[in-house]
Write a protein that binds this ligand. Structure first.
Ligand code: SAJ
Length: 434
């Protein structure tokens, strides 16, 4: 059976299914389709399926031309019907792994996908999970579901974990050229998963188990959240010491080894960095270990929106104005620059606090014509000199490249720059940086 599957994969005759056509699954489906495989994209969202069928792309990193290409070559099909799984040889799961309101891992999307696979599964298939999750999920959650009714991993089917490493909006690294970690439940699974991915992805990095592969991804993102928390705390220290933290970081990064620059900001957004490390700290706690670095970094980062508000209050106060009743326009609401994604964006919390403290809040973000906060519908302000002239404070929260900052600087009474996006402007009294 294993040689049969290997032959199909090597000859690219294997039929591949991707469950979850989001910012990970759709680029992955396109990558496998472009490498010559017949790919079935499966998503529960009817609208997504319809849009791909119409040749539309709802993922910024997936150009319409790619959709057209794989449709023309009849190498990508999309459906909401999981029963196609019985005709497949490989099924890759790319579904969300959010947190419950209790800040505990929510693996319900993984469980639902695995149960749908089990319902239509046949012998000889390989199943791979890509969704970021706590170490042990593949073995403790997925394996029992798939082995029900006596099927055996490594004999009747194969199971592996391969963390997604998609960086939305990254112009240099994409699904194909980012090295891919692979770890199987059994050695056969690692071998087959490696063979599968190396047909479409440039560099494969096999590790000894699914658990190691799950931990690799969590180390990567925990590394980020801890270093972002550290640099936010360094910024708070520099503020007390009267030192320019941005100058300090720029000088520190001249060190050619042993240092990697991170930058202070208004908080940590996205659905990876604020979430993934909590999966790890939760699992550690289940095993009686307190992951204090993660919890402390999460705490420091969660205080940044409040710190930004104090900078607004201080800036207005120095101009004889109270926050209450002042007109504040937030520039940039996405969770990071040039990405059309609001998930966990610190801008949302900043706007909420400004509203609750009685300021008249508006926003400008070229990627978001509308915004809904606390059931209040906001419309993106018109980008004009008057918009900024009529504001008491301009608060730059996300530093999109496409914004004309010269117009903002020329027409604003007070600017709070939380991203040092105005670094090129010589010191101005009306510009306050974190
Ligand atoms: N942030 C800072 N200071 C920094 C870096 C980030 O405040 O120095 C903030 C960002 O503004 C954002 C949040 O943290 O709100 C997360 O930023 P991120 O640069 O980590 O971007 P993400 O969330 O898109 O993370 C993704 C991750 N990719 C995967 O999980 C596959 C992450 O592993 C990547 O390292 C990261 O992109 C990247 O390098 O851009």
């Amino acid at each position: 059976m294993i040689s049969e599957l290997k032959k199909k994969i090597s000859s690219k005759k294997a039929r591949i299914g991707i469950i979850g056509l989001g910012y990970v699954g759709l680029p992955l489906a396109i990558t496998f389709a472009k490498s010559g495989f017949h790919v079935w994209g499966i998503d529960i969202d009817e609208d997504r399926v319809k849009r791909i069928k119409r040749g539309e792309s709802y993922i910024l990193d997936v150009p319409k031309s790619d959709i057209a290409l794989v449709k023309r070559s009849k190498s990508l099909w999309v459906t909401t019907d999981f029963s196609v799984i019985k005709s497949l040889d490989a099924v890759i799961i790319c579904v969300p792994t959010p947190l419950h309101k209790t800040r505990e891992p929510d693996v319900s999307y993984i469980v639902s996908a695995v149960k749908n696979i089990k319902r239509h599964m046949k012998r000889g298939q390989i199943v791979v999970l890509e969704s970021t999750t706590y170490p042990g999920t593949t073995e403790e959650v997925m394996l029992p579901i798939l082995e029900k009714d006596g099927m055996k991993e490594g004999r009747d089917f194969y199971l592996a974990f391969s963390p997604e490493r998609v960086d939305p909006g990254n112009p240099k690294y994409d699904t194909k050229n980012t090295p891919k970690i692979i770890g199987g439940i059994s050695a056969h699974s690692t071998e087959i998963a490696k063979l599968l991915y190396e047909q479409a992805i440039d560099t494969i990095v096999p590790v000894s188990s699914a658990k190691v592969a799950e931990m690799v991804k969590l180390l990567e993102n925990t590394f980020r959240i801890v270093n972002i928390g550290l640099v936010n705390e360094i910024m708070l220290m520099c503020d007390r010491l009267g030192v320019d933290v941005w100058e300090v970081i720029d000088a520190a990064k001249t060190k050619p080894y042993g240092f990697m620059p991170f930058y202070p900001g208004p908080g940590v957004g996205g659905h990876c960095i604020p979430v993934d490390p909590i999966y790890l700290s939760w699992k550690a706690r289940v095993h009686g270990f307190e992951a204090r670095f993660i919890d402390l970094a999460s705490y420091v980062n969660s205080q940044m929106p409040h710190y930004v508000i104090t900078k607004v209050i201080e800036g207005l106060n120095d101009r004889g104005k109270a926050l209450k009743g002042s007109k504040v326009i937030v520039v940039g609401v996405a969770y990071k620059k040039d990405v059309k994604d609001l998930r966990e964006s610190p801008a949302l919390e900043v706007i909420d606090i400004l509203m609750r403290k009685g300021s008249h809040v508006s926003y400008y973000d070229p990627l978001f014509p509308y915004l809904k906060i606390n059931n209040i519908n906001l419309t993106c302000a018109k980008f004009s000199a008057d918009t900024f002239k009529n504001s008491d404070c301009v608060l730059i929260v996300t530093d999109h490249s496409s914004v004309d900052y010269d117009t903002i600087v020329a027409n604003s009474k007070l600017i709070i720059d939380t991203r040092n996006v105005l670094k090129g402007i010589k010191e101005r009294k009306n510009i306050i940086r974190l």
